[in-house]
Design a protein around this ligand. Structure first.
Ligand code: GLC
Length: 723
């Protein structure tokens, strides 16, 4: 499917921009640089819209109201410049898909592009032109609530997903006849906030910035994204929304990118709170000088920028450049030709059966089976008694997750409803909540224990509510909220095979739960088809295929914990053996170094066997291609999808390097007894890093390669990079 690339050169559009600018007042130009949410009177005759004092808006879901605003902007403002309408369509518009962290666990780029396109179809039909996504922040700290919105801890997986989402969002041929522009966010390193606390300080080396946090943004922009959102946080003391190093040196000079920079909400005004701006005028000058084109929601640009220009504190050239980029985007969106949308589309498209079918596929592929002992899964329901227990078993809101846009709890098929629909005609289903989400009482436990004792299998549905992750929803403890862990323990103690279904927006530190249950399925916040997808997997109609896009810690004290860590000079080896007790090693007294569940891990009902790893290029030049081959056999008795992962280690380099880094992956379907021979072709140029002189280099020497089912295991080999 073709998609729009918003920064491709277009001289005709450039000429139109120059013509528009030449006839605009300073206030009208700054109007294009102003974005405000809907306020009372915004559709009135004498509103900022008709005065040309607003260039874009956000947070509007009422299509008729959007059309009214667009009509006033085009027909009643002096220059007839249409608005851009933005919205946080993070994982679906009305049809809600799994949260992005969940969808990332599918490692299915085609699926991810399709859900992004489907979200764009619905958003565009409802009048949205601008999707404030993909969120591409690398995150390695589950305490940070916004880990839910991104694609996890790894740059290679995040880059691939960022590209797929931009292609999907910016698809051509949407039913509305209009276009959508994407907005990768939050530029940059927002996920590196100290102590996992939202908006907190970010202090990191430029090497790490360039090798881990910047690449997903470059990937999104290379794919044609037409805008980017500057973050709330500071970076080494300079707030991201006043940071000329990131916004001009990197974005404009190094990457030669010509799109629109939108600040995050109030981030320009918050330069005062950061302590770098004395007042709003100072904040406005710093932000526009650094390269922020649009001020989302603060008073800085609309109320103070014109005076600053007239006082000679900031050049009108900067205003022309910023306003010009906004006008260019509007022209490339086609808004001057079509600003409104056919209001009958929403009834046909939003939440339609086709979209829900895709949501079910996405949820099935996003869920990750982390444990399956005693063949607890799949459940054969015929003649069985199934106890469905837990505060989230029939919860309507939790499956929607954070940032669920126009999604509605009534649209959700709960886990219990999915189980009943799949098995009620074959099995006896008992439902007991057992406790509330935030309870500290155990008074519902007796009924739960009785139900579990009476059942052939107990399914305990636990975890976080939708609002326990997302923006400003950070947690210092990563266990299950309330008394849910006690509930799981009590149910498992009955001896009835116990399956935990975990609804969560983040990796949780739940070693006791993982120990107590026979099977553990992480469902994330799986969207409107939560129940159908969970039932598909629990009863074996579908085979689990998801693999973790983020590490699950054993304890909060291990955080940040991620697979691509460095060796240190005193690595500890051999957990559980005598080796581990050697003194003066990099380890804890009271916890292992290893995670509860590693990046890339996920079980299947199939059994995949890896064999015959071949390093086809034992020596490769920096401008050459590393080629490796492996056989993967499905030794199980059901067809399954396996996500084969290739990790590489630069064994000796001029800087310390991660013990392994993901460089390639393939998701393949393998029938029982079938062997697939997979070949990976990896540009040697991707094996480099930013050296001490801030140069990207691929250094000669010995490299190790690991090919397998997760970051923690695989067949290993080695090769040389040669000059
Ligand atoms: C929020 C978020 C950002 C979102 C914006 C508009 O504060 O940080 O991700 O796009 O404001 O809602």
């Amino acid at each position: 499917m073709a998609h729009k690339r918003y920064t491709d050169p277009d001289p005709a559009i450039d000429a139109k921009v120059a013509e528009l600018l030449s006839g605009m007042s300073l206030e009208e130009k700054i109007g294009q640089m102003t974005q405000r949410g809907m306020a009372p009177g915004m559709t009135d005759k004498h509103s900022p819209v008709t005065k040309g004092a607003l260039g874009s808006t956000l947070g509007v879901f009422d299509t008729a109201k959007i059309n009214e605003m667009q009509r006033r902007a085009v027909e009643e403002s002096r220059l007839g410049i249409p608005l851009i309408v933005g919205n946080d369509v993070i994982h679906g518009y009305r049809t809600i898909f799994p949260i992005p962290l969940g969808e990332a666990c599918s490692w299915d780029l085609d699926l991810i592009e399709r859900t992004a396109r489907m979200a764009a179809e619905e958003a565009s039909a409802a009048g949205t032109d601008w999707i404030f996504a993909p969120m591409v922040d690398i995150a390695r700290d589950g305490r940070w609530g916004r880990i839910a919105e991104g694609s996890g801890e790894d740059p290679v997986l995040d880059c691939a997903i960022a590209r797929a989402r931009v292609r999907g969002y910016q698809s051509e041929g949407l039913a509305s006849g209009k276009r959508i522009v994407a907005c990768p966010k939050h530029f940059v390193a927002y996920g590196a906030a100290e102590s996992g606390k939202d908006y907190n300080t970010v202090d990191l080396s430029e090497n790490l910035l360039r090798d881990v946090y910047l690449p997903p943004f470059l990937a999104a922009l290379e794919e044609g994204a037409g805008s980017i959102m500057s973050a709330f946080n500071d970076i080494n003391g300079v707030p991201a929304s006043a940071n000329s190093f990131t916004l001009r040196t990197i974005l404009r000079e190094e990457w030669d990118w010509s799109g629109v920079v939108l600040s995050d909400a109030h981030a320009v005004g918050e330069l005062i709170d950061h302590g770098v701006a004395a007042d709003y005028e100072d904040a406005a000058c710093q932000a526009v000088t650094a390269g922020v084109d649009i001020d989302m929601g603060s008073a800085a640009y609309p109320d103070h920028l014109a005076a600053a220009v007239r006082a000679g504190k900031v050049s009108e050239t900067l205003i022309d450049e910023a306003a010009g980029r906004v006008l260019r985007l509007k022209l490339m969106l086609g808004l001057f030709e079509q600003a409104t949308v056919d209001e009958s589309l929403t009834a046909r498209l939003l939440g339609c059966r086709e979209h829900r079918t895709l949501a079910r596929e996405a949820a099935v592929k996003s869920m990750v089976l982390l444990k399956n002992d005693r063949d607890a899964l799949p459940i054969k329901p015929a003649g069985k008694t199934i106890a469905v227990i837990g505060p989230l078993a029939d919860h309507r809101r939790a499956p929607l997750g954070c940032w669920h846009c126009d999604g509605r709890p009534d649209d959700v098929t709960t886990i219990l409803e999915g189980i009943r629909a799949a098995a009620a005609d074959k099995a006896r289903i008992i439902h007991i909540a057992g406790c509330g989400l935030g309870d500290d009482e155990h008074d519902g436990f007796d009924d739960a224990i009785h139900a579990a004792s009476d059942a052939d299998v107990a399914i305990v549905v636990v975890g976080e509510d939708a609002d326990m992750s997302g923006e400003a929803q950070c947690r210092a403890y990563l266990g299950l909220p309330g008394v849910q862990e006690d509930l799981v323990e009590a149910v498992a103690a009955t001896g009835t095979p116990t399956v935990a279904v975990l609804l969560t927006g983040r990796p949780l530190a739940i070693p006791t739960v993982a120990e107590d249950v026979d099977a553990l399925l992480v469902a994330w916040h799986p969207g409107v088809e939560a129940g159908t997808a969970a039932a598909d997997l629990l009863f074996g109609k579908a085979n689990p295929s998801g693999k973790l896009a983020v590490t699950f810690p054993r304890a909060v004290g291990q955080i940040p914990i991620y697979y691509a860590h460095r060796s240190t000079g005193r690595p500890a080896h051999g957990e559980g053996t005598e080796d581990w007790n050697k003194p003066y090693k990099s380890r804890y007294r009271d916890e292992w170094n290893s995670p509860l569940f590693p990046f890339g891990f996920g079980l299947s009902y199939s059994a995949f066997v890896y064999d015959a790893l071949q390093i086809l290029t034992p020596a490769v030049r920096p401008d050459g291609t590393l080629r490796v081959r492996v056989d993967v056999t499905n030794a199980g008795d059901v067809t399954g999808d396996e996500i084969v992962q290739v990790y590489v280690r630069d064994v000796v380099a001029s800087l310390t390097r991660p013990v392994k880094e993901l460089k390639a992956f393939q998701r393949v379907t393998i029938a029982p007894g079938e062997t697939r021979e997979l070949t990976f072709e990896i540009p040697a140029a991707s094996l480099g890093f930013t050296n001490a002189r801030m140069q990207y280099v691929v250094e000669p020497g010995r490299f190790e390669v690991q090919v397998g089912p997760s970051s923690a295991e695989g067949l290993v080999g080695s090769f040389q990079v040669v000059e």
